[in-house]
Structures are given as C-alpha cells and as structure tokens.
Design a protein around this ligand. Structure first.
Ligand code: FNR
Length: 359
C-alpha cells in the first residue's frame, strides 16, 4: 500500500517529458539544464505544447500535464493532432487568421481565443505562440502556452457593465437635478422670491455635484471624500487657483455625501459673499483627514480662509446666520463644526463620524 506521500509524489510527477525524450532522442533536453527545463515543464501550472512545423498539419509532439488538465484530453488524444481540435463554433475566425499569419511569418503572437474542452465546455484561452530555433537559426518547433482567462474576461465584462450603468445613472441624476433646479427657479420667479429660490437652487446643485462623483464607484458602497469635496467646490474656483486641496484617498460610506456636500457649499458661498473668496487675492485651503483611532473614527475637514477682508473679530463672535444650516445638518449626522475667526479669515473644523467598514 502506498503512503500518502508516495501518492502525492506519483500525482505530482509528469512523465510526458520522458516520453517526448524517448520519441525525439535527437532533441533530448540534455545535461543539467535539460533536467531543470523538463521539471519546469512538468510542474508549471501553465499549459505548454510543442508542435512540429515540418510534419503535415503541424501536429503536437509534446503537451505537459497542465495542458491535459486544462483541456481534459489524454496525451494519446493530443499528441499527433493539430491544436485546432480545441476550436469550435464560437471561435473567432479572425483570431484564427491572426494565428495562421503569425505562424507563417514565424512571429510571436498572443491571442485570446475561445476554445473547448473535451467535455464541450468553452474557455477563453490566452494563447501565446512563438518559434523555437536551434543554435544555427533553424526552426525546430512552434511553442504554445495556454492560459485560461475566462474569469478575467468575465470580471472585465462585469466591470464594463458596471461602468456603463454608472454613466447612465449619472446622466439621469444630472437631468433630475437640472429639472428640480428649473422648478425651483420657475416657482421663485412666479412668486417673486427669486433670491430665495436661487439660494435653494445653489444648495440643490451642490448636493448634485457631491453625489455625481460617487456614481462611478457606486458598486464599492463607499465614496472618496476628497473627490466629493473637489466636485462640490469646483464652481467656486473655476480656474483652480484659489482653493487648495490637501488630503489623501480617505473613503467613507455613502451617508457622508449629503452633509459634506451641503456644509462645504455653505462655507464656500459664505466665503464668496463675505470671506476670502470675495477678494481677488483671497484663498481657501481645505484639508481632510481621518482621526479618532479605531473605535471612533472621524472625518475631520479643516477650512482655512486667508487673504480675504480683514475680519472684525469682535463683530462675528455671535452665531452666524449663514452657518446655521451647517450646524443643524452636522448635528443630525452626529458631527459638529467649530469656527474660529482670525484676523486673516475664518478657520472652520468640521467633524463627522466615519463609517469605513464598507467597500
Ligand atoms: C496552436 N494553435 C492553437 N489554436 C487554438 O485554438 N488553441 C490553442 O491552444 C492552440 N495552440 C497552438 C499551439 C501551437 C504550438 C501552434 C503551432 C498552434 C493554432 C492552430 O493549431 C492552428 O495553427 C490555427 O487554427 C490556424 O491554422 P488553421 O486552422 O487555419 O489551419
């Protein structure tokens, strides 16, 4: 009775190189290098075969174990056949023509081609073909390696599909926000409250921008905080000179989008009216970080205005009217905002619970 170890050794040993050597004594992979090469051929999980370019129809003369495992055929069913026996109804004629041309020109080629196993199941074969020459430059064999890339292709297709879906969603969402904006403006005009309507509309559009950036990655369930921040603030700095962004790829769950979008919009709108962005040389630095350790992670956003009109510190210590919506929203999200008026401009620190377990 064989031991488990012997069983394993037996299963692991691929003797197809031995048989190849027996039938092609003139091409025995000789010496120490030959042994190593044979072992590599036998052990690699990459399917490998050699075809004879001089025999009629270029038959396979060697196929390793991985080739047999991949295709489901025995060696006796493989050796002597042309490799096209792996092709079938779904195989692209164009791909086969590329292979034919490369072989005729003794070129190296990599083609993804649909092949079939013995049991009829199809797989995508990333096929690599190339000529092997002897030292005098004479063509000896064609070398072929096969790799099943069906999963990779399926993943690529899923990704493409997800991207198309995200694009379509983004398109519809933009439309929806534009329609809502239209309704607000129209109603505002009809009722003689254009100013209020514009203020509401600006908030709605900021929210739309914050959401828009998240769609590409909707499937991940999380958002990139910096991307949402940039997108919300984009219109306040069309030339990209006055708002500086400093942060990393911090991600948060989706619930942060609304509150981030609206809070930053209020700060920016305020800076345009009264703060740093109301002066040609004023600028704002926005920094985002993760804080608070593992138990209570927090998104911390620093808003630093500089170069705006001189702040009369005594005059602004009262609760600012423009800030109230930010305070309320952050409060609802269990976050907060601290404001500090320095002579050179407002400094605000927003804190928001970070839920990062998703994505
Ligand atoms: C091939 N060919 C091949 N074709 C395929 O569909 N799957 C495969 O894995 C391989 N592997 C392979 C290895 C080697 C070494 C060679 C030389 C060729 C291609 C196939 O055998 C044949 O050349 C092409 O089908 C083009 O020729 P026809 O069919 O148009 O005569």
């Amino acid at each position: 009775m064989s031991t488990h170890r012997e069983d394993q050794a037996h299963r692991a040993y691929d003797d197809s190189p031995d048989r190849f050597r027996a039938s092609h004594p003139e091409d025995a992979f000789s010496g120490a290098n030959g042994v190593l090469f044979e072992q590599a051929m036998a052990q690699t999980r990459m399917a490998i075969c050699l075809c004879d370019p001089y025999a009629p129809d270029q038959p396979i003369v060697f196929a390793n174990r991985a080739f047999r495992d991949l295709t489901g055929y025995d060696e006796s069913e493989i050796v002597g056949q042309n490799c096209r026996f792996l092709q079938g109804p779904g195989t692209s004629r164009e791909a086969v023509a590329r292979i034919r041309k490369a072989l005729a020109e003794e070129d190296v080629v990599v083609v993804e081609v649909l092949n079939y196993r013995k049991d009829g199941t199809a797989f995508w074969n990333a096929l690599h073909l190339g000529p092997i020459y002897d030292t005098s430059g004479r063509l000896l064999y064609f070398f072929g390696s096969q790799w099943d890339v069906s999963d990779v292709r399926a993943a690529r297709a899923d990704e493409r599909h997800a991207r198309e879906l995200a694009r379509e969603l983004s398109h519809r969402m933009k439309n929806m926000f534009a329609v809502i904006g239209g309704i607000v403006n129209f109603t505002g005009r009809a009722r003689g409250i254009e100013v209020e309507a514009r203020e509401i509309n600006d908030r709605i559009q900021a929210l739309g921008r914050a959401y828009e950036t998240t769609l590409d990655e909707a499937s991940s369930g999380s958002i990139e905080v910096g991307q949402a921040i940039r997108s919300v603030l984009g219109p306040y700095d069309p030339e990209g000179r006055r708002i500086r962004f400093e942060g990393n790829g911090l991600r948060s769950d989706f619930s942060a989008v609304s509150v981030l979008g609206l809070s930053l919009h209020e700060l920016a709108a305020n800076a345009v009216k009264h703060g740093a962005l109301s002066e040609p040389d004023g600028h704002v630095t926005v920094r985002w970080n993760r804080n608070g350790g593992a138990t209570q992670p927090t998104i911390v956003i620093d808003w630093l205005e500089e170069g705006g009109p001189h702040v009369d510190i005594a005059g602004v210590t009262m609760s600012p009217k423009a800030g109230s919506i930010v305070d309320r929203m952050l409060g609802m999200a269990r976050g907060n905002i601290e404001r500090e008026w320095r002579p050179q401009g407002l400094r605000a620190t927003l804190r928001l619970p970070l839920r990062e377990e998703v994505g």
